[in-house]
Design a protein around this ligand. Structure first.
Ligand code: FAD
Length: 637
């Protein structure tokens, strides 16, 4: 193939999915000349799976992306058709926003944002090769090449290729090379990465059928409406999205199970044709029926795909069974007796990188200027992808500018937890974020993502002056209101005691600080309004913060102390050139694991599976001795 030198860029992003979008915008907004490629521009920000953003822990990620200056939160607020706060019955640590998203509108919104962003070009082209040069004995990126032979000289590349790399779709006995939604797979680039020594793993994921709305009898299903009294995803959005659509619930039954069990021998999952490893937390219906054999029924959500489409997404029934079997099993479900399939469910397997090849900055340890993000890094989910895309874009741009990479510690965010889990522990299945993955759930709530991350977003350069001033004002109001409640005494009154009793709380007989009353279970900021006529008019997000900080004060302080201890360990950096294989006292497994992962700190070393606390102790002694020897040498000079 004849090639020609095209325009040069600072940063090239391969993929305009959820990861690529955030990476490209961050890099361009930080002043780097950036280009982002997609196989097909009509699939920018495509949702090949559930038409929704958020959910448990995923809602936290979206708010953190927004707090740092990313784009997903704003786009989700603009394109939401229904929004709910999940886990309201539990504590604020697990409250999570989830919105049904108009899939077409979201893609158009994100495409237009990329098209109109400064410093950024969007191009439809398949990247078939990344070219490398030698830089002081280490590989470094030099250019990307398209299928048509255009060579783009670049200083950094972010690979965000999703489920396209050597994609293969499987439906019953039929399978063929393909990306999601009938799009081309990306094979040449997969070969190029393998030749460059990148170790890949084979993962798999699956999606359910999309069915025709008018073929559903919704009278046999349960209605699920959106909620109002909640916050938007973005801290910049003035109000939460309007609820314009509803979802419905229905359930599988014994007949559904019978159809599946009768056809398991036609499922590529059970005939061993599928090689890729799938997500345990998002099992196909075949897996659910087999693994939870005692369960009589499985819950399904009928979710609208958009305002201007008749397509309904059947959440909870992803499958790779043959098409005829899919129709038979769907028609056993209440409401779907006469259903028509518009898009057949399928499984897709694809290549992704072993994320332990990446540093915490998401740069490849062995290839300078090459970054990975999203499903390519072994994660699953739009939100997980966008979070990594943002950090990879920030660090690709900072790398080009010779600035230090930004790494978010686990104690600061779910984004930090996600990336640390991937690069330190690796993953042997598509990694999905969950609140249980964090040691600091109470301080990493979705409501305080801005308090935790917006100052850093400002420092990096992604949070503008106007937004930052609004953020400082909010912080000031929270602080002031906390002080005021701590210094305001409520007198016992009929109204107050009636309100306390209504909340199931004890009456008061003597004066009590409002802050103390607010600490009581079920007593809310609203409850105390009867005893607090002077209170200032404050926005919901301010009063919610005040309420949580008072109610969970003790627990929050304890977690903050633990986080401080954690940060101390993270601050004990390990030398990049450490020869772990030679450190006496370390067990063999630990030497090998440390040599492979090459942790950046004692803290990260302690999280590597196979590195015991005893090994960490040996490492700390070695580090101290090395430090002492260095100082002695210096003193001798
Ligand atoms: C069938 C299916 C089922 C899924 N099920 C779930 C699920 O149940 N739960 C869940 O959380 N997530 C699921 N997902 C995953 C979810 O879709 C992804 O996590 C998310 O889209 C990943 O975002 P990304 O940006 O990494 O990649 P994608 O959104 O896949 O975007 C990849 C981008 O890379 C581009 N590209 C690829 N190769 C090249 C190349 N060589 N040159 C130029 N451009 C290229 C593509 O055009 C596209 O723009 C599913 C995905 C699929 C396909």
């Amino acid at each position: 193939m004849k090639t020609y030198i095209s325009e040069s860029y600072d940063v090239a992003v391969i993929g305009a999915g959820h990861a690529g979008i955030e990476a490209a915008l961050a890099s361009a907004r930080l002043g780097c000349k950036t280009i982002v490629f997609a196989m097909n521009l009509d699939t920018v920000g495509n949702m090949p799976c559930n038409p929704s953003i958020g959910g448990t822990a995923k809602g936290h990620l979206v708010r953190e992306i927004d707090a740092l200056g990313g784009e997903m939160g704003k786009a989700a607020d603009e394109c939401a058709m229904q929004i709910r706060m999940l886990n309201r019955g539990k504590g604020p640590a697990v409250y999570s926003l989830r919105a049904q998203i108009d899939r077409r509108r979201y893609s158009e919104r994100m495409k237009h944002t990329l098209e109109t962003a400064e410093n950024l070009d969007l191009k439809q082209a398949e990247i078939t090769e990344i070219r490398f040069r030698d830089e002081d004995g280490k590989k470094a990126v030099e250019a990307v090449v398209t299928r048509l032979g255009a060579v783009y000289p670049v200083k950094a590349v972010v690979v965000a290729t999703g489920t396209y790399l050597r994609g293969r779709v499987l439906i019953g006995e039929v399978n063929y090379p393909s990306g999601p939604d009938g799009l081309f797979p990306s094979v040449a680039l997969a070969d190029c990465l393998k030749d460059a020594g990148v170790s890949v793993v084979r993962f798999k994921t699956g999606t359910p059928a999309r069915v025709k709305r008018s073929s559903i009898d919704f009278s046999k299903c349960e209605l699920q409406e959106g909620e109002t009294d909640l916050c938007p995803f973005s801290f910049e959005s003035k109000k939460p999205p309007e609820n314009k659509a509803v979802c419905h619930l229905t359930y599988t039954n014994e007949k559904t199970k019978e159809v599946i069990m009768r056809n398991l021998d036609r499922s590529p999952l059970y005939t061993g044709v599928i090689e890729g490893v799938g997500p345990r937390y998002c099992p196909s219906i075949e897996d659910k029926v087999v693994r939870f054999a005692d369960k009589k029924r499985h819950q399904l959500f009928l979710e609208p795909m958009g305002e201007k489409t008749d397509e309904i997404y059947v959440q909870g029934i992803s499958s790779s069974l043959p098409e005829d079997v899919q129709l038979e099993l769907l028609r056993t479900i209440p409401g779907l007796e006469n259903v028509k399939i518009m898009r057949t469910a399928y499984a897709i397997e694809y290549d992704c990188v072993d994320p332990t090849e990446l540093a915490a900055s998401l740069e490849f340890k062995k290839i300078k200027g090459l970054f990975g993000a999203g499903q390519f890094n072994g994660s699953s989910g739009y939100e997980e992808a966008a979070a990594q895309g943002l950090m990879a874009g920030i660090n690709a741009a900072r790398g080009v500018k010779g600035l230090k990479a930004v790494v978010l510690p686990r104690s600061s965010s779910y984004i930090g937890t996600l990336i640390d889990d991937l690069v330190t522990k690796g993953t042997n299945e598509p990694y999905r974020m969950m609140t249980s993955r964090s040691e600091y759930r109470l301080i990493l709530r979705q409501d305080n993502a801005d308090l935790r991350l917006t100052p850093l977003g400002r420092e990096i350069g992604l949070i503008g002056e106007k937004r930052y001033r609004a953020f400082l004002l909010k912080q000031k109001k929270i602080k002031k209101e906390l002080e005021r409640l701590k210094n305001t005494t409520a007198r016992p009154s009929r109204e107050l005691n009636a309100a306390l009793e209504a909340a199931g709380s004890e009456k008061i007989t003597t004066g009590a600080r409002l802050s103390e009353l607010l600490k009581r279970p079920r007593v809310t900021y609203e409850t105390l309004s009867v005893a607090d006529p002077e209170r200032p008019k404050l926005r919901r997000d301010v009063t919610e913060e005040v309420e949580i900080l008072l109610k969970y004060d003790g627990y929050i302080r304890r977690e903050e102390r633990e986080a401080e201890g954690f940060l101390k360990e993270e601050a004990r950096l390990l030398p990049k050139d450490a020869d772990y294989l030679a450190i006496e006292g370390l067990r063999l497994e630990a030497r090998q694991k440390l040599d492979k992962i090459r942790p950046e700190s004692i803290g990260q070393a302690s999280r590597i599976s196979g590195v015991s606390p005893a090994d960490v102790a040996v490492l700390m002694i070695w580090l101290d001795r090395r430090g002492r020897e260095k100082r002695e040498k210096k003193d001798e000079k």
